[in-house]
Design a protein around this ligand. Structure first.
Ligand code: MN
Length: 321
């Protein structure tokens, strides 16, 4: 998915100053953002008080939406730089096309992982014949400086490993949990796991004390470390934890996101993550005129134009929020 916000506001993120070193329970409420005509998403990251969780820099939760008589998701070709996109579905399907020629239908609990490196473009749409409900999350992972120029590539993993405990099935989206690892390529130590909890389940997840974590609720009624987290909300947990207590009053779907605190300071604007105003401006210009981001073939419609750059210069900020 794309950041379709026409008033694209730059977000400065990364750096140790944003990280909470000890365990906390900070409930993040979403910002409602319209994507095109029919879709509204709940944006959890970047959030007013919290920009990143490990390398996770962008989290949108959408649906479940009844799209039986609608086109559903229609996100025209748009560019990315300096990040990976993660498509994660609980219901429905998304047809992914990109400038490398990839053409894949992503289905529930399959990983669509696109690594932009320095430049890629893609589109995402509900296929013409689609399931009635669409429900999922779109996430970005920031690439560290050492790897942000990698060759762009797209991975589609349809059979991800799981870890089970009574009442809990964890699917490894990225990274590793309890000795089980996702095949998705990562560039910083991080984890993304889908947690399916059965009604009445009580579980304790092993965590890395050096990671910072957050849990997004996608469905059902669950408590995370004693805090009820409603669908569309996310609980930031800080660092310094060795385990995480979970409880479900009904069947519930959560996402565990975490990683080593991201030390580098970033500028995130529209669909780009860079390190300077010049880089962002260059990427914007290249999308408008050049062939750096390639061409997406087969999407029925024109590509997305970039919004105007804000008049005030973008600068990575110091360590204080
Ligand atoms: Mn995108």
């Amino acid at each position: 998915m794309s950041n379709l916000d026409r008033q694209a506001v730059p977000a400065v993120c990364g750096g140790r100053g944003f990280v909470v070193a000890e365990p906390v329970r900070e409930l993040l409420t979403p910002r409602h953002v319209r994507l095109g005509e029919s879709t509204e998403v709940r944006r959890l990251l970047p959030n007013l008080g919290r920009r990143m969780v490990g390398a996770w820099a962008f989290v949108d939760h959408y649906g479940p939406d009844d799209i039986a008589d609608e086109p559903g998701m229609q996100v025209p070709p748009h560019p990315h730089m300096g990040l990976q996109t993660v498509s994660w579905l609980h219901e429905g399907e998304v047809l992914h096309r990109d400038s490398l020629g990839s053409l894949r239908t992503i289905r529930p609990r399959e990983l669509g992982l696109m690594t932009s490196g320095r430049a890629i473009s893609h589109s995402e749409e509900s296929p013409r014949a689609h399931a009635r409900f669409l429900h999922g999350a779109q996430l970005w992972v920031a690439l560290p400086d050492a790897h942000r120029q990698v060759e762009p590539h797209f991975q589609h993993h349809t059979d991800l490993p799981t870890v089970s405990a009574p009442g809990l099935t964890a699917t490894l989206i990225l990274g590793e949990l309890d000795g089980t690892a996702s095949p998705g390529t990562t560039y910083t130590p991080l984890i993304g796991a889908d947690l399916a909890l059965a009604a009445g389940a009580q579980a304790r997840l092993p965590l890395e004390p050096d990671f910072e974590y957050a849990v997004l609720s996608m469905s059902g009624r669950a408590e995370v470390d004693g805090v009820p987290v409603l669908p569309g909300s996310m609980l930031y947990l800080g660092c310094g934890r060795t385990e995480l207590p979970l409880r479900a009053d009904s069947d519930a779907g959560l996402m565990l996101l975490g990683g080593e605190p991201f030390e580098e300071e970033l500028i995130m604007w529209w669909n780009f993550i860079g390190r300077s105003q010049e880089e962002i401006a260059q990427a914007r210009a290249d999308w408008a005129t050049g062939d750096r981001f390639g061409t997406v073939h087969g999407y029925d419609g024109p590509p997305l134009p970039a919004p105007e750059l804000p008049a005030t210069p973008l600068k990575p900020r110091g360590r204080v929020r």
